[in-house]
Ligand binder design. Structure first.
Ligand code: SF4
Length: 442
């Protein structure tokens, strides 16, 4: 039985067409032949999963697309989604030696996508060790990129890995949280299906909310990998936040990706200036909102979104309101939202409201996107696993926590970074689990 699929939605596809078109076969070969196959390959060093970039590009140049995909998957089992969502300008492509020669960097992401798309279309399986050749059972809690990478590596090496996910679909942010024009939910699920075919088991709709539930799992598995991701977005902490028409950025992105929201009209105000805020603002524009403001209490130079995300939002028609702080959300008699704001200024490194600068924005939706708070509730039930500042404390190199049966990785440890960081963390933890199990049973 397959994991899950989503029905194709032509309207969604039309509105959220690919940000970057795929390379045609001929163009891919030409681009691959531009690569210098650098001996020290700084592009590989800049990739958190250390994909052998010249190795996979060389295989594209020689027409060996399957070999190229295998090179990618050896290092990064989510090579397909990473080729679409990685901020390559600051990773592999940013490190390409072509920059030093004033040439355009090699289009590594598009080449990687070319090889991975060909592999997925072929329907071929990923080679794994004989199933269950190790007597090792690992429960991976959470179905996002870190857990998928951990479980896939364990299965590849003959262990049994089971992903336990509270939601109905696997993939975590790849399925529910990445803007559709970067990665379609259907493509995320296709990648998850490949991992299921490697032998990873999936259980959906399973919430671990009590000591008893935890006890039952501990009796079933030898080790656990915690890939819990991030919890709900932080509240704005202002009156009226529970009004109808207030929807947080992650809920908005998840809702349109699975078809629960198909259009937005009128004026939308997104509060925040990170990459998720940009994704939500762009989504609102593409869903049909006539006016989209992105409101941030600091200035343009303080925003945490990548520069290219900012430029993209400007192209989508998002308007930016800098140094403006929300104060309250009210509803008028016509059911519209009134967002009270005040202009801010920086005085001696402090952000202070400017007197008499209140301004009310009449809008249809308010979308808070002000960072994410790590899910801590479950962790409080996990005996001996230390949580500090809302994050699980784990060794970055191994994923080990204070409890020798529990390992962790991805956003719940690093506080929210890139998909490729989660993949790297999950894989490192899998290798550490295998090593620990071998040492324990030696
Ligand atoms: Fe090719 Fe650029 Fe990597 Fe060198 S740095 S191997 S040219 S992609």
């Amino acid at each position: 039985m397959s994991t899950a699929t989503l029905p194709d939605d032509p309207k969604l596809r039309e509105r959220f067409g690919d940000l970057k078109p795929a390379l045609a076969p001929q163009a891919a070969v030409i681009e691959a032949n531009r690569c210098l196959n650098c001996f020290d390959a700084p592009c590989t060093g800049a990739c958190p999963t250390h994909i052998d970039v010249p190795g996979f590009i060389k295989r594209i140049a020689s027409g060996n697309l399957r070999g190229s995909a295998m090179r990618i998957l050896d290092a990064n089992i989510l090579g397909s989604s990473c080729s679409r969502v990685c901020p390559v300008d600051v990773l592999c492509e940013g490190a390409c030696v072509m920059h030093r020669q004033n040439h355009k960097p090699i289009q590594i992401a598009l080449l990687q996508r070319h090889a991975m798309d060909a592999f997925h279309h072929s329907g071929e399986p990923v080679p794994t060790a004989p199933a269950r050749s190790r007597k090792l059972r690992v429960g991976c809690i959470g179905g996002g990129p870190a857990s998928l990478a951990c479980a896939a590596e364990l299965c590849r090496q003959g262990a049994q890995a089971t992903i336990i996910e509270r939601r109905p679909l696997p993939g975590g942010l790849n399925t529910y949280g990445v803007a559709e024009y970067k990665l379609r939910a259907a493509d995320s699920l296709r990648e998850v299906e490949m991992i299921r075919r490697m032998g990873v088991e999936f259980r959906f709709g399973e919430t671990i909310d009590s000591s008893a539930a935890l006890d039952a799992l501990e009796a079933e598995f030898d080790y656990f990998f915690l890939g819990l991701g991030l919890g709900a977005m932080q509240q704005l902490g202002i009156p009226g936040e529970d009004s109808q028409g207030v929807i947080n950025a992650l809920e908005l992105i998840a809702a349109y990706k699975v078809g629960h929201i198909r259009e937005m009209r009128g004026t939308v105000v997104v509060v925040g200036a990170g990459n998720t805020a940009i994704d939500a603002a762009n989504a609102a524009r593409r869903l049909g909102a006539e006016t989209v403001y992105l409101l941030y209490r600091r200035g343009e130079n303080d925003m945490s979104a990548f520069d290219f995300e900012y430029e993209h939002a400007k192209q989508e028609g998002v308007q930016f309101l800098w140094r403006r702080q929300p104060l309250a959300i009210r509803s008028n008699e016509h059911g519209r939202l009134l967002l009270d704001t005040v202009q801010m200024q920086q005085v001696d490194k402090k952000l202070l409201p400017i007197p008499d600068s209140q301004f009310t924005i009449d809008c249809d939706f308010v979308v808070p996107a002000i960072g994410q708070s790590p899910l801590a509730q479950l962790i409080q039930d996990l005996r001996g696993v230390e949580v500090r500042g809302g994050r699980i404390v784990a060794n970055i190199a191994t994923g080990e926590t204070a409890n020798p049966r529990y390992f962790a990785g991805g956003d719940c440890v690093n506080g929210g970074r890139e998909v490729v960081d989660a993949v790297a963390g999950g894989k490192r933890a899998a290798l550490a689990i295998l090593k620990t199990a071998e040492a324990t049973h030696a």
